[in-house]
Design a protein around this ligand. Sequence first.
Ligand code: IMP
Length: 195
Amino acid sequence: MGQTKFKEVYFVSSNSNKYREIVPILSHHGIISRFVKISLKEIQSESIYQIAKAKSASAFEYLQKTVIIEDDGFYISSLKGFPGQYSSFVYKTLGNQGLLKLMENETDRKAYFISVIAYNDGLALKTFTGKTEGTLSRSATNGGWGFDPIFVPKHTSKTYGELSQLNRKSVFSHRYKSIEKFSKWYIRILLDETH
Ligand code: IMP
């Protein structure tokens, strides 16, 4: 029986908040990671999976190392899924107050987050998904980043922002789910390679 090779995996993103949230999960599984802070060009696509796959290919091409990237979408039911794959742009332009204003008179406040992690080692390209359903709050709370202050996941009355302040966001997080799936798969292939 050989020794387990703990290969490094590079997390490529312009968003250090994402890395801060995934590091403890990767470490918990014994996966060594490095953060490369660059902004990858995004293709225009309806599909968050296509965007994630293309981003992972650019990241691999740039680094020539085993990479993971993440692409997220935030979907509001009564807005027919808007902002979806345009979440980042909408956050920068409308912001949380703008979204709350848009939803002011809306009683259906269902929304969900999707996280797609794409792994790319130059040969294999694989995606892992995490989804968290919830509702849009009536007002913004403190804590967290992005839409954290206005999203209340199912099974709690607190926003991601408030949960983040209590170090409990990971209990509900879409990102936790996708990275946990990736970690379990990655550990498995590392073990298989060493036997
Ligand atoms: P991106 O295109 O993968 O960068 O993600 C889209 C946007 O969704 C981000 O820029 C954030 O505004 C928002 N977002 C993604 N994940 C989270 C989260 O965990 N909390 C709050 N906002 C998030």
